[in-house]
Design a protein around this ligand. Structure first.
Ligand code: GLU
Length: 402
């Protein structure tokens, strides 16, 4: 059979592990298995009614045609107002990009800026897609291992040690997917001091989990903490997590006008505009009532505490308590080298995750996909009952390893 002439760039990347595990869980459920999906980071709460109503209105009013490539003026205005309100960041509409999800925002920015061999610094553990996006765009992903003692946050020394003349971007993600760690404004200032000495390095800050935070943690966006780097920062955000709008696909960014224009050019030759109806829903999300967020956070906080406690009770797992997002990233080093009741040796976190799915039908994502092993990611953006059952099964699986 003739093989498709796949590109070299494609051979350098793997499919998204987070999406693969969710798909696997969906397939198992469809075949009748009582599967517990703790893989994808997707809030189980519905999109709020007022946002859905705005989308229905948009359809009824015929707002179903092409729009401006990188977002309707009404949405750009709502985003500018949001940046000012929540982050004290002043962006003009010409500095705003709206794309079909957070992923395309990142992709457009990388494609618009990377030349072959350009390096992108990515603190590990990282969200699965950053390195592969960099590779698809012709760049070199440079992971920087962070330490659990530093709550998986990049230190100024670690940053400086990895900067080379080829470094183009540093990607920051706070609160973090997968660890839930979050940087204080002082920690950002310390990173900023290093970056000020390296004028060719830009900062891409992914604030997707800005509103998902606990214990009174005060969120600060990078450019807010380090105003002198405003001109070299792309501030990325989206409506997916805060407003339970993962399927609507709306991400956005604020940044320097010439970078935003470059991203627009790429969209004009690829996706064109994000879905017109989703854009009107996002206008309502950003301009409408925000009080339900605090209510939902209370639910997430309870789930977090339950999951952390139950995982720490499991034999061989060590789980930290995160400050934000809806993930925990337990370490499973004590289980490596053990055997399942069927005699399979757990050599890696991939083995752990596979055997957990086979034996207990619980879907989680291996630490290797996030650049740190042996560990795994549990998403607690699912109902308390499901989570409790999932954690019970994880405990039973860990206890069965000998
Ligand atoms: N960002 C979410 C996650 O990490 C959704 C899936 C994805 O796009 O990776 O689970």
């Amino acid at each position: 059979m003739t093989k498709a002439p796949l590109s070299d760039a494609l051979q350098r990347v793997a499919p998204s592990a987070t999406l693969a595990v969710s798909q696997k869980a969906r397939e198992l459920a469809a075949s009748g298995v009582d599967v517990i999906g703790l893989g994808a980071g997707e809030p189980d709460m519905p999109t709020p009614e007022h946002i859905c109503a705005a989308a229905k209105r948009a359809i009824d009013e015929g707002k179903t045609r092409y729009t401006a490539v990188d977002g309707i003026p009404e949405l750009k205005a709502a985003i500018c107002a949001k940046f000012k309100r929540d982050n004290n960041l002043h962006y003009a509409p010409s500095q705003i990009n709206v794309s079909p999800g957070g992923k395309p925002v990142l992709f457009n920015a990388l494609l618009a800026t990377l030349n072959p061999g350009d390096e992108v610094l990515i603190p590990a553990p990282f969200w699965v897609s950053y390195p592969d996006m960099v590779r698809l765009c012709g760049g070199e992903a440079v992971p920087i291992a962070t330490r659990i003692e530093n709550n998986y946050k990049l230190s100024a020394e670690e940053l400086e040690a990895h900067i080379t003349p080829k470094t183009k971007w540093l990607i920051l993600n706070s609160p973090s997917n997968p660890t839930g760690s979050a940087y204080t404004s002082h920690e950002f200032e310390q990173l900023g001091e290093i970056l000020l000495r390296h004028p060719n390095v830009w900062v891409l800050t992914d604030d997707m989990y800005e509103h998902i935070r606990y214990d009174g943690f005060e969120f600060c966006s990078f450019a807010e903490a380090v105003p002198s780097l405003y001109d070299r920062t792309l501030t990325v955000n989206g409506v997916s997590k805060t407003y339970s709008m993962t399927g609507w696909r709306i991400g956005y960014a604020g940044g320097p006008e010439d970078l935003i224009a470059g991203m627009r050019k790429i969209m004009s030759q690829s996706t064109s505009n994000p879905c017109s109806i989703s854009q009107w829903a996002a206008v309502e999300a950003l301009n409408g009532p925000q009080d339900f967020i605090a209510e939902r956070l209370k639910v997430f906080a309870k789930r977090r505490d339950m999951v952390v406690d139950m995982l720490n009770e499991a034999d061989g797992l060590a789980c930290h308590t995160p400050k934000g997002a809806f993930y925990v990233f337990p370490d499973c080093a004590a289980l490596i080298g053990k055997h399942t009741s069927g005699g399979v040796e757990i050599k890696t976190d991939e083995d752990f995750v596979r055997e957990l799915l086979t034996q207990e039908a619980v879907a989680v994502v291996q630490g290797a996909a996030f650049g740190m092993s042996p560990a795994f990611r549990v998403s607690y953006a699912t109902s308390t009952d499901v989570l409790k059952e999932g954690c019970r099964r994880i405990q039973r699986f860990c206890a069965s390893l000998k």
